[in-house]
Each structure stands twice: as C-alpha cells, then as structure tokens.
Design a protein around this ligand. Structure first.
Ligand code: SF4
Length: 471
C-alpha cells in the first residue's frame, strides 16, 4: 500500500478475514512506517490469510476530519448473516437512485463515501440472489461510474471486479512460490513486493481466487474507457498499463511537444521540469531537442503530499514549501517548463512566480495533458467547472493569468498515440466533453448550462440532488 500512497494520502485502512470475522484498522494520513519490532503486533491486530487495504483521497463525501475518518476504507456491510467488505477506487455517478434503494432496504444507512454505496448495493444483491457472481453482475449493470474493487465475503472468499468501462486500473499477480494471490491498482504494488504480474483485470471482469489460482469471468461487455489522466499525472511512472511503462509514455509526450512547438524550442535555452510528474516529459523534450535539462527545480523530499489532491487552503502552502528553484541555473535564461497538467492553474502560477523571482528571462510551459475543459465524475477530484481554469479560458488567456510567455498543451491526437491505446479505448471526457457513461454526460451538460448561466457552484454538483433530478 505504501507503493501506492500516491493514489490517496488522506486516510488508509486494512481489513483481514479470519474465522468468520473481519478485523479492521483505519486511520488518517499516509500509510504508517511499521518497524520490524511492531510487525507481530500488527499481525495480532490483523489476523488471517486474506486481506484488503485502501489509501484514499476524497472524491465523494465530505472532507472534514470526522467525515474523513468515517469515509476511510475498507468498508463493510452486513445483514441477516450476510457480510461483505470492499476496498474501492473510483466514483459513483448515479449516487441518488442508489442511496434511495439502499435506504429502503436499510433505513439507518448513512452515506459517507461512494464505497458505502457499492458495498451496500452488493450486499442487497447478495441477499436477493444468494450468489456472489450474480450480485456482482447486477452491480455492474446498475451502478454507473468507475469502480475497481477488491473484496471479501463472510466466508472469506476473496474477489475483485472492474466496471464495464475499466476506467480505473486494476491488475493481478502472484508470489513467486504461488502461495499468495494479489490485486493491485497499479503494477508497482505487485513489483515492489516481488510478485509476478499476471494480467490487468478486464473491463467488466469478475475474479475470484481458488486453490488453483484466479478464476476469471466476463460479466459485462462494456466499452473500454481507461482514464487518460492516469498516464499524465495519477499513476506512478514505474507502473505499466497494457505492458507499457507510464514513464515511457510520458517521455513520448515530451518528444511530441517538441515536434508540435519548433519555434519555441528554437527560442529556449534550457528545460526544467516540475518534479516529479514532469520529469519524464522533460527527458523526452531533451532527447528530441538537445536542449539541456537542468534540474533547477528541486522538491522537498519529505513534503510528500501531492498538490493536486490537497484541499485548496493547503495547496498554496504545500507547493511553496515543496518546490525550490536554483537561481544560478535559471537566471537570465529562456526556460521551457514541463508540467503534467493544469487543473486550477495555481500550482503552475506559483512556480512561474518563483522562476521569475529567480531571474528567468522567459518561461514557456509545455503541458502533457491537453486542456481540461470539463469535470471528472470517475474518481479524480476535479468535479466542478468553476475550479477548472481551462473551462473558461483558452491557452492564451491561461498563459496570461499564470504569467507564462507561452502555454503549449499537447494535442489530444498525439497524446492518444503515445499511450498505445486507441482513442475509443480511453476516457478523455475532461478534455473533450464526451463522457463514456450516459448519466455523466447528462449531468455534465446540465452543470455546464448552469455554470454558463452564472450558477454558483458550491461543491461537487453531481452530488446535489436537484441537479441530478433535472438531468
Ligand atoms: S474525465 Fe478525465 S480524469 Fe476523469 S476518468 Fe476521464 S480522463 Fe480520467
């Protein structure tokens, strides 16, 4: 889980199954360091041969401390002797009809996060069909959104499934001696434990583990729409999707940006990257342009939070503490800065301000992810139009706002080519406005209309009931 702490740092949790019981440990912040002397204590706290775990940053539910604790995963649901626990990555789109259905069955149901919705829905379907495969199949049909899930039943059955569009990653592997089977969002979670990678769970696939290994069943035939943002920002560079390392894709992004902007490359003296998601693209820019890649922006090793997934009020202070610019490397220079994406624009603005202070003569920004114009409903926390600088400004206007001499986004076409996926295998909704699921499209259209009409967005609009009813 520590290998995947970049996917969520606000809270973490572990759940094991032993002799008909679930054992749970949940806490806020990053996965803790566990000293060798404390290992036995941990095994005592979490006994059993089967376990699931989660790191979370909030893309549903509230962000105050109490809600964060209550929304920490894994979550469980139980009734009439049936019990299920899940760890989930993604986001539910049809929140309201699901809440309604669950409240009819469990009147005291209280919603803290989307994992609660999925877990309770799964339990309801289990109560109805008494069969895990049918229950998962119905969940796949009736839950709209992104969900990569690992779970355990009351009998200790270990399972995993992925939504019919395979929006969030999920892969499977085993230990070298075949005694342990595991699921992981990213391949790095397997690699770091010395596991052999077996396969990426397919969109709409349901997997259980038996003594003979993985049992794979295709329960839904959706249209694959893997999140393109994983390539640009979210995933670790040393993870693989479709057998391609993310860092290789990011290097190609850099080469593409050189091809797309020859005049700017001619006018620049050096490249610097915004550590660390801009590093691989900087290497690509360097290879394709022969410009020197100066490691002139340095990151504080122990400020571990990722700026993008922080709350607004924390972001400025964190970026300020996290990134330092080496004056002697940038003074009087025309600098190309490689950046993974621009969401709100504030991170980039702060860095450009620092570069200018250190005497950079010109600052050109190369951004690997195309301009973000719309919200995400699938597990990345950019859920309103108002928070997206690209939803109301074109690249020239954004360059002016963040005080860059030019802002160059990679084209969607070249972005897609570099990933090795075809365009229709990727979700590109936040850069194209075309959502892979129908309700998300309706909500996005309604939100956009309201946004254009000056409606003040007070939060994630897709969580506001009347917006959903209208759509
Ligand atoms: S909308 Fe954007 S961030 Fe969300 S899943 Fe699609 S590509 Fe990823």
């Amino acid at each position: 889980m520590r290998a995947q702490n970049h996917r969520g740092h606000q809270s973490h949790g572990f759940l094991t199954y032993d002799d008909g019981k679930f054992h749970i440990y949940r806490n806020l912040d990053l996965i803790p360091k566990i000293n060798t002397s404390a290992i036995q204590e941990w095994f005592g706290r979490l006994p059993g041969q089967v376990g699931i775990a989660n790191v979370r940053y909030t893309t549903s539910g509230k962000c105050d401390e109490k809600s964060l604790i209550r929304g920490t995963q894994p979550v469980t649901a139980s009734k009439d002797g049936l019990k299920v626990a899940i760890s989930f990555n993604g986001n539910v789109v049809n929140t309201f009809p699901l809440k309604k259905e669950i409240c009819e069955e469990f009147p005291s149901f209280s919603y803290e996060c989307d994992a609660d919705l999925i877990c309770n829905k799964l339990l309801i379907e289990l109560m109805r069909s008494k069969d895990l495969t049918s229950a998962v199949e119905t969940c796949m049909q009736e839950i709209e959104g992104a969900f990569s899930i690992a779970g355990i039943t009351k009998n200790g059955e270990f399972f995993a499934f992925r939504d019919p569009h395979g929006i969030r990653p999920l892969c499977a592997g085993h230990s070298e001696d075949h005694s342990i089977h595991a699921f992981s969002s990213e391949t790095v979670g397997l690699d770091i434990n010395g596991f052999v990678r077996d396969f990426e769970v397919k969109s709409g696939e349901f997997i259980t583990i038996s003594k003979n290994g993985f049992k794979r069943e295709q329960l839904a035939n959706g249209h694959r729409a893997f999140c393109a943002f994983e390539f640009a920002y979210f995933a670790r560079p040393d993870s693989c999707f479709d057998d391609k390392y993310v860092y290789e894709v990011r290097e190609e992004f850099g080469r593409n940006l050189v091809k797309e902007n020859p005049d700017i490359v001619k006018d620049a003296d050096i490249i610097i990257s915004l550590p660390e998601t801009g590093d691989d693209a900087a290497m690509g820019v360097h290879e394709a342009s022969s410009l020197k890649w100066e490691r002139a922006s340095r990151r504080h090793r122990y400020v571990t939070e990722r700026a993008f997934i922080l709350l607004n009020r924390e972001r400025y202070a964190t970026i300020d503490k996290k990134i330092n610019i080496l004056e002697s490397k940038v003074k009087g220079k025309r600098v190309i800065v490689t950046e993974d994406s621009i969401v709100r624009g504030d991170t980039t603005k702060i860095v450009i301000e620092k570069l200018r202070k250190m005497g950079a003569k010109k600052v050109y920004l190369f951004v690997t992810f195309p301009r973000i114009i719309g919200p995400c409903f699938y597990g990345i926390d950019m859920a309103t139009y108002g928070q997206l600088i690209g939803s109301k400004h074109n690249s020239e206007q954004i360059a002016e706002i963040i005080n860059a001499d030019a802002l160059c986004y990679q084209s969607i076409e070249n972005f897609v080519k570099a990933t090795g996926f075809t365009r229709d295998q990727l979700c590109l909704a936040c850069v194209t406005g075309k959502y892979p699921t129908p309700l998300a499209q309706k909500i996005a259209d309604e939100m956009k209309k309201r946004f254009m009409d000056g409606y003040k967005e007070t939060g994630r609009l897709y969580e506001i009931e009347d917006a959903l009813q209208k759509s």
